[in-house]
Design a protein around this ligand. Structure first.
Ligand code: HEC
Length: 117
């Protein structure tokens, strides 16, 4: 009797531990403040574009010093665009130090999903 009870308790403890571990895992993944991939506020991406990219890629992504980006989503994936932003190109500067990962990702996804793309 005594032994059985103890075994039960151990199982319960293990279960509790598993559940709390799971909860902790979910908590950090789904947290609003998680630094992993916080969503950018609406309009933020356009502001980032205007501040960092417009000078070369033009009003409405029409191009200038840099190529037209209106249909860049047809040529490049969001991941590839993010890479271009982070590391730059032959003439394009790298934005690794000027944009956060979330900002870069937001810009990349926004560009990849342009309506004209
Ligand atoms: C100093 C000018 C300049 C700035 C600022 C600039 N770019 Fe560029 N960008 C270029 C040039 C030039 C190219 C093409 C040649 C190369 O890779 O350097 C290019 C290429 C790209 C490409 C690849 C396009 C293709 O069709 O292959 C993407 C995507 C891009 N830029 C996005 C951005 C974003 C987003 C920003 C702002 C964070 C930005 N660029 C800022 C000059 C610039």
């Amino acid at each position: 009797m005594k032994t059985r009870r103890r075994r039960k308790k151990t199982t319960a403890c293990a279960l509790l531990l598993a559940v709390s571990l799971l909860a902790a895992g979910c908590g950090s993944a789904g947290s609003d403040q998680g630094d992993d991939h916080p969503a950018l506020p609406a309009g933020e991406v356009e502001k980032l574009y205007q501040a960092n990219c417009l000078a070369c890629h033009g009003q409405d992504l029409a191009g200038g010093v840099g190529p037209n980006l209106q249909q860049v989503g047809q040529r490049l994936t969001a991941a590839r665009i993010a890479e271009q932003i982070t590391s730059g190109g032959k003439q394009m500067p790298a934005f690794k130090k000027r944009l956060t990962e979330a900002e870069t990702e937001g810009l990349a996804k926004w560009l990849a999903s342009q309506p004209d793309g």
